[in-house]
Design a protein around this ligand. Structure first.
Ligand SMILES: Cc1ncc(COP(=O)(O)O)c(C=O)c1O
Length: 444
């Protein structure tokens, strides 16, 4: 039998051009994402380099993941140290890193006594666990459990079957139906519709509501914030009806919006305490890890044997997350997110390009809204110019850079957007969304 590793795996990044690697990618990697825009071989701080040696300012941060940028020395040292000490144990055992991470998340969440954490490996797994929790909410008669779960139009909660049932986009859902049932998608930010979902008539027809699942800022829908007061009203309704309020902070959490969790900002959350929060993406600074935080009584919804994961709580992932949180705190990165985020927003808004309509979002989760539906072309032009951004909607560019982004780097980005004119951007020549959806708007 021939050897399965034809070359020294540690020397991979030294071999091959972007073109050669791209060809190999298409021959070996399942075609769910389309061909890679570039093949990247290394990173440092807010920059990455491709296989041809070209440098890019990473304004997307692996889609809101690389909180500390690339190859952060404190993070790499902590991961290596944990791996060199104890790399994995089964969940028959605990580890200091796992326990300390759960405690740290509870502190960051200011969660009340009795709150608990379940650790996962990704965002969709965190949502999947939260979905299972909703199935354990007792009916008010005490007989049986509730199965109605409310989510919002435009929602993105992940790609596994439960998370997909909560995700709204038909192109993602339809090829995989039937999905887990009981999910209703309500118009985005519409309080009257939310009220109606809890009305006596709706309850008589469709049953009691187990939970409302929402993103405080919808990331994949184009960085759309819920209207002020929505979450507070949602909290009042869910509390009155004994339903869970589940906040999906996979994209908005862990400092991305300038606070540990977006809902903690009074203008977003209005001072609420949720029942469940999901996080992932930026939590491990690039190392795969996620978490479900269950506040108070919600911590008891999943009992022994009702959920599990081989890798969830892995000590290396937990050490990565603990270190990421530690560096964010040590280096004052929440303040940096607020300051550099405000600068980036202001400089792009004032950059003078006739293509730029407005900038929306919070902290370092921003969308540049364009006057024309040419976001994919703008993203390609940005890449050519050495900036990684994402066309999150036909008319919107998403920025989710590392939380370490400096003011100078923000100014560099703004200078690029200033060069965008309406005319030189070629017209849209391809559909931006197809059922198999290979468009640049896709990511997760
Ligand atoms: C709000 C939200 N929830 C869940 C997910 C799924 O996370 P993952 O891709 O880690 O499974 C994402 C990913 O984009 C997200 O933005």
């Amino acid at each position: 039998m021939s050897t399965v590793i034809p070359q020294d795996a540690s020397a991979l990044s030294a071999n091959g051009s972007v073109a050669a690697w791209t060809e190999r990618y298409t021959g070996a990697v399942m075609d769910t994402f389309g061909p890679p825009q570039r093949v990247l071989v290394r990173g440092e701080g807010a920059y990455v380099w491709d296989a041809d040696g070209k440098r890019y300012l990473d304004l997307l941060g692996g889609i809101a993941v690389n909180s500390l940028g690339h190859a952060h020395p404190t993070l790499t040292a902590a991961i290596s140290a944990q791996l060199g000490t104890l790399g994995h144990v089964s969940n028959f055992f605990g580890t200091p890193a796992q326990i300390a991470l759960a405690e740290t998340l509870l502190r960051a969440a200011e969660a009340p006594d009795g709150s608990r954490v379940f650790l996962t490996n990704s965002g969709t797994e965190a949502v999947e666990a939260a979905f299972k929790m909703t199935r354990r909410v007792a009916s008010s008669s005490g007989v049986g459990t509730r199965t109605r779960v409310l989510a919002l139009e435009g929602a993105f909660h992940g790609r596994t079957m439960g998370a997909l049932a909560l995700t709204a986009k038909p192109a993602y859902r339809e090829p995989f139906e039937p999905l887990p049932g009981g999910v209703e998608h309500l118009p985005f930010g519409d309080l009257a519709a939310l009220d109606a979902a809890f009305s006596p008539q709706a309850i008589a027809e469709r049953g009691e509501v187990a939970a409302l699942v929402v993103e405080p800022v919808q990331g994949e829908a184009g960085v759309r914030s819920l209207p002020p007061g929505y979450l507070a009203a949602a909290r009042r309704l869910t509390t009155t009806h004994g339903a869970l309020l589940v906040l999906d902070e996979v994209q908005t959490g862990m400092g991305r919006c300038g606070s540990w969790f977006a809902y903690q900002q009074p203008e977003i959350g209005g001072g609420i305490v949720p029942d469940v929060v999901t996080v992932a993406k930026g939590l491990g600074g690039g190392f795969p890890v996620g978490a479900v935080i269950a506040y108070g009584a919600a911590a008891n919804l999943l009992g022994r044997g009702q959920h599990g994961s081989t890798f969830g709580g892995n000590p290396v992932a937990a050490a990565a997350a603990l270190t990421t949180i530690g560096v964010i705190e040590r280096d004052g990165l929440l303040a940096n997110v607020r300051e550099v985020g405000a600068l980036l927003r202001q400089e792009i808004e004032m950059c003078g390009s006739p293509l730029v309509k407005e900038v929306r979002g919070r902290g370092l989760l921003l969308a540049i809204v364009l006057h024309e539906p040419v976001a994919p072309q703008v993203a390609r032009a940005a890449l050519e110019a050495g900036f990684i951004v994402n066309a999150v909607a036909p008319d919107a560019i998403r920025l989710a850079p590392p939380l370490i982004l400096t003011a100078e780097q923000a100014m560099d980005a703004a200078r690029f957007f200033a060069t965008l004119a309406v005319e030189p951007v070629p017209p849209v020549v391809e559909p931006v969304e197809t059922p198999s959806d290979q468009s640049e708007e896709d990511d997760a």
